[in-house]
Write a protein of this length. Sequence first.
Length: 276
Amino acid sequence: MPMIKQNAPIGVYDSGVGGLSVLRAIHSQLPLETTLYFADQAKVPYGERPLEEVRTLAEGVTRMMMDEGAKLIVIACNTASAAALKYLRALYPEFPFVGMEPAVKPAAEQTLSGKVGVLATPSTFHGELYASVVERFAKEVRIFEATCPGLVRQIERGYLQTPVTRRILQQALEPMLAEGVDTLVMGCTHFPFVIPLIQKIAGDGVRVIDPAPAIARQTERVLLQHELLRTAVSDVPHRFLTSGNPARFSHLLAQLLHVEAKAEKWQWVGNSLRRG
């Protein structure tokens, strides 16, 4: 494993554009840091893939990010965190990782009705991490779950306000809202990009929890623990990589983050990523 340097970038990755919601929070929390973002759009969505396959993909992305000089890796994908975070920490015990955890604990603490809705992918719901969080922090509340089939693909296309996107969300939300859910957890990093539409459907009386700010604060804590926090502005630009269509990804960067950047093309060769 290469030596970790303080002035190196923070690696952030997801199956697609969802992790940009976490990247946005990291840029806000840590303005001195530079970042290396990878969108595995050739494999999106991870949430429909077996956890073993996602673990293999996560290992390949991790090797690439280490080779590209990342000093810490944020797995900005709930499915990949559930499938691979524990495995990667065991594989690279000296390297710092930050993963996603469904924000069930704050939801359980904040709900007034005792009823919490969680929107996530099937793989997240089936993972040990989610089960553990619910067991530890949500014994006293009722949890309502929805997988929102097709929503990740809509967001990947940039369709945040279309009738199809609204219909997917209505089908997920209306049954749990009818049961009295007053707090919603975004259990997939893609979903914060449709919070405005979710709030319209659910109403102002329903709290929507985006975990991204908490992940950014945890990233800062881990950097401090490892003495890797930058203390001066970097002149190194943020990098954006994709295994999909770079022009399309650059368009989505402008739409979702208001960032103008030329994405780099990478491709899978077996279980490894190569510049391409």
